[in-house]
Design a protein. Structure first.
Ligand code: GLA
Length: 608
């Protein structure tokens, strides 16, 4: 009896000590109040999937040492619900653990659950399977869309509720949608989404919208705080526009772009740290709360890069590197602007300047010559047959490549038209390369020679990243998405080979060279794991894995010529590197570097 009493008392103590103290965060007119006292948010954006989990704490500590008191992150729906109703919050996807890590180092959190997030991320964070039904309208009041969003948010709510500030967690504010005013102007859509947030428990505290200055009216709701997003050079104008739009509302910048992203085939971006520090200083002294986009960009590992499109017809896929020229570089090391920004924050707040964290040196490791290879042609799965080409989404495939095959009737030649080819294709006749089509360049046709007899036509299509901006997101099905004709006549009877490339260990390698679309393997020998950069200048275009980790894409057009291989993903001894090159040849070369290589630099930031 006594024993039971002692146990009960113990359990009670556990319960009471386990319940974290509740805090409050609120908006009163222009003031942000934390536990009733005025609070200036000095935040920076970090995305949990763009940072190896073993480095989350390191990056958060360095962000804090720059003077930040808060971090901002999106939640990336497509990572968490890879198939309808199948959820993944493990490992890299454990967003709750990331938020707890932030709280552990003494940072508050601004949560941006989207579900549209933009962010140079595949389809702006939407799961690709939403596009299987071509009549579904993303980012609208379409009930098929809102039902999928509601189900997702209810699930996310379960993860997030304990992390809200009123429940003792780090999340002080939640952003509704993301720059909706740049996309549409339907208040019913925003209100409907807000109702879903409410049912998911995500709208119990401070909920706000964020928009670019010209879109504030279209993208805000009258009873929610509204904040503004802009980049270097825009501070004075954007502040004036926010203050005119909401004279009595909080002064806050949801994203101050302290850098910019890179796109394949275009210049590498660097922006002025001096200008950014000066504008940050102006904003902080004017009483603004600010979130830097990005404090640390990191890497869009795997297939997760998005693509830019302004007019909805142009296409600019983003690089795997999301370095962003942010204060902390892709490997988490402070660059010059880190110190400038830290000083601006210390000066504006009167708080002491923390020492700049030391850089973690990257190292070079020996890579073996490439000895094993596997031809794509020898590693095809069972095909799916259909009269017309099926999209990736119809095949139940989110990312990677699809090989489309058909047999052409004898004698035919002329223009092969692949309408709506998304987004890079190599065309083969009897395995001989006869054309390359690149959506960036608006290419949809290949010329086929007259054939003395029928031939096998193979079209190998890569999804180089779905668009994440503009109305184009609604028609971002991947693969052959439109009609295929040869000399004007429809081409029918297709076999589709799904190549999601999600498990390189299942390939059958041979100890020989390979030409054409091939997988290759080499070994990286590591004495003591350290960060390194894989130099891809000896390769053409494809995908690279370190062990089972998909590090991302390489493409000889740059501007990124290296892939980040973080120390926690290396082990002492031999590490297998597998890569797929669309244009394999005998001279493939792979090396490591102690620093990244970027191509031509421009410091002219584009207006988005
Ligand atoms: C906008 C979006 C962000 C990001 C930036 C550009 O502000 O809200 O997600 O795409 O542009 O990097």
């Amino acid at each position: 009896m006594v024993m039971r009493k002692v146990l009960a008392a113990g359990a009670l103590m556990l319960l009471t000590s386990a319940a974290p103290p509740s805090h409050s965060f609120s908006v009163h007119g222009a003031d942000l109040l934390l536990d009733g006292k005025p609070f200036q948010i000095i935040s920076g954006e970090l995305h949990y999937p763009r940072i190896p989990r073993a480095y989350w704490r390191d990056r958060l500590l360095k962000a804090k040492a720059m003077g930040l008191n808060t971090v901002t992150t999106y939640v990336f729906w497509n990572l968490h619900e890879p198939r309808p109703g199948v959820y993944d919050f493990a490992g890299q996807n454990d967003v709750a653990a990331f938020l707890r890590e932030a709280q552990g180092v003494g940072l508050h959190v601004i949560l941006r659950p989207g579900p549209y997030v933009c962010a140079e991320w595949e389809l702006g964070g939407y799961p690709a399977w939403l596009l299987k039904d071509r009549t579904l309208h993303l980012r609208s009041a379409d009930p098929r869309y809102t039902a999928a969003v509601e189900r997702w948010l209810l699930r996310l709510g379960k993860e997030m509720k304990p992390l809200l500030v009123q429940n003792g967690g780090p999340v002080i504010a939640v952003q509704l949608e993301n720059e909706y005013g740049a996309f549409g102007s339907d208040p019913a859509y925003l209100k409907g989404l807000r109702a879903s947030y409410k049912r998911a428990g995500l709208a119990e505290g401070v909920l706000f919208t964020s928009n670019q200055a010209g879109d504030l009216a279209r993208g805000s709701l009258p009873d929610l705080p509204s904040v503004v997003n802009f980049g270097s050079g825009g501070a004075r104008n954007a502040a004036a526009r926010l203050e005119a739009f909401r004279p009595d509302g909080p002064r806050m910048v949801g994203e101050y772009w302290a850098g910019w992203f890179d796109k394949w085939g275009e210049d590498h971006h660097e922006t002025s740290g001096e200008k950014e520090a000066e504008e940050l200083s102006f904003l902080l002294k004017r009483g603004y709360s600010v979130s830097l986009y990005m404090a640390h960009g990191g890497t869009s590992f795997g297939w997760m890069n998005g693509a830019d499109s302004h007019k909805g017809t142009d296409y600019h896929p983003d690089t795997t590197s999301y370095d962003y020229d942010a204060p902390l570089d892709e490997a988490g090391n402070p660059r010059a602007k880190y110190g400038l920004i830290a000083r601006a924050v210390a000066d504006a707040t009167g708080r002491p300047l923390a020492p700049t964290p030391a850089a973690t040196p990257a190292r070079r490791f020996p890579v073996s010559p490439i000895r094993r290879s596997a031809s794509l042609w020898d590693n095809l799965p069972r095909p799916v047959r259909a009269a017309r080409p099926l999209t990736f989404e119809e095949l139940g495939q989110n990312f990677g490549y699809v090989l489309y095959r058909t047999t052409l009737p004898a004698g035919q030649g002329g223009t092969l038209m692949l309408k709506g080819m998304h987004s890079y294709a190599q065309v083969y006749l009897d395995r001989r390369l006869v054309g390359t089509l690149d959506r960036r360049l608006g290419q949809e046709t290949a010329e086929l020679p007259r054939l003395p007899r029928g031939a096998t036509l193979d079209v190998l299509v890569e999804n180089t990243g779905r668009v994440n901006y503009s109305k184009a997101i609604r028609t971002e099905q991947a693969g052959l998405t439109g009609a295929v004709t040869l000399a004007g006549a429809p081409v029918a009877d297709w076999r589709m080979f799904s190549l999601p490339m999600d498990d390189p260990s299942r390939l059958r390698f041979k100890a020989q060279g390979c030409t054409g679309p091939c997988f290759f393997q080499a070994e990286l020998t590591v004495d003591r794991p350290a960060d390194t950069w894989l130099d891809t200048r000896g390769l053409h275009k494809g995908q690279l894995w370190l062990g089972a980790r998909n590090l991302g894409r390489f493409w000889s057009i740059g501007p990124a010529f290296t892939l980040y291989a973080p120390a926690p993903w290396l082990r002492a001894g031999r590490n297998t590197i597998t890569f797929f090159d669309l244009s394999g040849e005998a001279g493939e070369r792979l090396d490591t570097m102690a620093r990244p290589i970027f191509g031509k630099v421009t410091n002219v930031r584009e207006a988005q």
